[in-house]
Design a protein around this ligand. Structure first.
Ligand code: 9MR
Length: 450
C-alpha cells in the first residue's frame, strides 16, 4: 500500500489554510523550490543530514557534495563508545571534535550517535557486568555528553535496546543485565550533562507498527508518565524493497506521545522501488509536524555499510540518483510544522538583566499533559555567586524532576536554586537548568534573585 500523499498544500482552499494557521499549524508550500536537500528541508524548519566520518573530511569530491546538500551531520562511527573511551576513563574526542568543528564552520547541526549500545563497546566494557558496568556506562554518558555540551542537536542516548521478533521486549545484553532501568538512568545522566540537547531513543526494524516499535512506544509512554527525560525517537529506516503501509501512522503515534520523531539512518535497497520508497519516507515525515529531520546513512553508494545494495542518494562518482530527485521534490512539496519548529519555542520574553542582578528566561517543550522547561539564568553587569529563580507553576500541574538545580516545592510558586557547580556565572554570562512537569508549562517570565 502506498503511503498517503500529504504534501500537496497548493490544493488547499484558502479557507482551510486559514483554519490551519489559526490552529497554530504553519503551512509551507512550494512557492520557490530549493535546489539542495538541506535548503529544501529548512523551508519547513527541518534538517536533512548525512552520516559521515572525520577521515572523509579530506575527500574533495565527497566534501563538495556534503557541504552543498546537507545541513546536518552525524558521526557514522566516531562518537561511539569504542571510539570515545578506548580505555576506561581515557577519552578520545579527536575525530568527533573534527566533525563538530566542520559542522559549526558551515552552520550545520550535529546529531550525536550513540552514547550507549550493546555493539561497538570497547573491549574493557564488553568484559564488565553488574554495578561496575552500570557505573562505567553512566560515567560514559556523563563525560561524553558534557564534552560535547551545547554542540549536539540531538543525542541517540540509547541505541537498539529492543529485541527483534514478536516479543516487544528488551534485547539481552550486558547493559540490560545491569537492570531494566539502565535506559532511564542513561537519559537522566544525559539530560543533566547537556540540558540543551534533544535526547532520543534510536532503533531499527521499527519502520511500521509492529511488536518491536510497540515495545518502544510503551517505553516512551511510560517515560513520559514518570518524568524520565526523553524528547525524540529515532527510526533508523534501513529499508529493503518495500515500505510498511503503516510507516507514517507509526511516526504519528510517537509524535502523539509528545516526542519528536527523526528518521535517523535512512538507506533503501536499490531496485525498482528505490526512488519511490525514498519519496514515500520523506512525504511521511513531512506530513507529521513533529517529524523534524531525516538523516541518510552515508553519501555515495560504495561507502555504504550495505555492500552491494547501492542504497544511497549519490552514486560512486557523486552523481545524483533518481532517488535524490524524488527526495528533493518531496521536501519541496512542503508540509505542516509547528511554529518555532523543532518543537522547542521560547514561551516568555526575557527581561533585560538588572545591573548586578540576573534575569531568567523559560523555553518550553510541551506535549499533551506535560512539558520540560529549560531556564536560562543570565547574569547582569556583575558576576553571580549563587542564584535562585522563582517559577509560577500553573494550577493542576506539578514539577516532577529537575536537573542542574534543586527545587523547593513542586506546585504553585516553586523556587529553584543553583547546585554546587553552576552558582557562579560571570558578568553577562549564563547557565541553564531544567525541570519536567505535569499539566501545562509556566508562561510567565520567572523571577531571578542573585
Ligand atoms: O555504518 C556503521 C558501520 O560503519 C559500522 O561498522 C557498524 C558497526 O556495528 O555500524 C554501522 O552503523 C550502524 C549504526 O551505528 C547503528 N544502526 C545500524 C547501523 C548499520 O549497521
Amino acid at each position: 500500500m502506498r503511503i498517503p500523499r500529504n504534501g500537496r498544500f497548493a490544493l488547499l482552499s484558502g479557507a482551510l489554510a486559514t483554519v490551519l494557521v489559526a490552529a497554530g499549524v504553519a503551512v509551507t508550500g512550494s512557492a520557490e523550490a530549493a535546489t539542495t536537500l538541506g535548503a529544501s528541508a529548512a523551508q519547513t524548519g527541518r534538517y536533512f543530514g548525512v552520516a559521515t566520518s572525520a577521515f572523509r573530511l579530506s575527500d574533495t569530491n565527497y566534501m563538495t557534495i556534503l557541504n552543498r546538500e546537507f545541513n546536518s551531520i552525524v558521526a557514522e562511527n566516531d562518537m561511539k563508545w569504542d571510539a570515545t573511551e578506548p580505555q576506561q576513563g581515557r577519552f578520545n574526542y579527536t575525530n568527533g571534535d573534527r566533525l563538530v568543528s566542520h559542522a559549526q564552520s558551515r552552520g550545520m547541526k550535529v546529531r550525536g550517535h550513540a552514547l550507549l549500545w550493546h555493539a561497538q563497546q570497547p573491549s574493557w566494557a564488553q568484559g564488565m557486568s553488574g554495578s561496575a558496568l552500570r557505573n562505567a556506562a553512566i560515567n560514559h554518558v556523563t563525560q561524553v555528553a558534557t564534552h560535547f555540551r551545547g554542540k549536539i542537536h540531538s543525542w541517540d542516548v540509547v541505541n537498539e535496546a529492543f529485541a527483534d521478533g514478536g516479543s516487544g521486549g528488551r534485547r539481552d545484553s550486558n547493559l540490560q543485565r545491569t537492570g531494566n532501568d539502565w535506559i532511564e538512568a542513561a537519559f537522566r545522566a544525559a539530560r543533566a550533562a547537556d540540558p540543551g540537547a534533544k535526547l532520543c531513543y534510536n532503533d531499527y526494524n521499527t519502520d511500521g507498527i509492529n511488536a518491536k516499535s510497540t515495545g518502544i512506544y510503551n517505553m516512551v509512554r511510560d517515560f513520559k508518565s514518570r518524568g524520565v527525560p526523553i524528547d525524540c525517537v529515532g527510526l533508523q529506516s534501513h529499508l529493503g524493497t518495500t515500505l510498511d503501509s503503516t510507516y507514517q501512522q507509526n511516526i504519528q503515534r510517537f509524535a502523539d506521545l509528545g516526542v519528536d520523531v527523526q528518521i535517523t539512518e535512512l538507506d533503501v535497497q536499490q531496485g525498482g522501488n528505490q526512488a519511490n520508497i525514498y519519496a514515500s519516507v520523506t512525504r511521511a515525515c513531512m506530513a507529521v509536524a513533529r517529524c523534524t529531520g531525516i538523516t541518510v546513512w552515508g553519501l555515495r553508494d560504495p561507502e555504504s555499510w550495505r555492500t552491494g545494495a547501492n542504497p544511497l542518494l549519490f552514486d560512486g562518482n557523486g552523481n545524483k540518483k533518481a532517488a535524490y530527485t524524488s527526495v528533493l521534490n518531496a521536501l519541496n512539496a512542503g508540509g505542516p510544522t509547528t511554529p518555532g519548529s523543532p518543537s522547542v519555542s521560547p514561551s516568555a520574553s526575557s527581561q533585560p538583566p538588572a545591573p548586578g542582578g540576573c534575569s531568567a528566561q523559560v523555553t518550553l517543550n510541551s506535549w499533551n499533559g506535560g512539558y520540560t522547561a529549560t531556564i536560562r539564568v543570565t547574569a547582569g553587569s556583575g558576576a553571580l555567586n549563587g542564584w535562585s529563580v522563582g517559577v509560577t507553576v500553573p494550577s493542576g500541574g506539578a514539577v516532577t524532576s529537575a536537573w542542574n538545580a534543586t527545587n523547593t516545592g513542586t506546585s504553585g510558586q516553586v523556587t529553584f536554586r543553583n547546585v554546587s557547580y553552576n552558582g557562579q556565572v560571570p558578568a553577562g554570562g549564563w547557565t541553564e537548568f531544567g525541570f519536567q512537569g505535569t499539566g501545562t508549562g509556566p508562561t510567565a517570565t520567572p523571577s531571578c534573585t542573585a
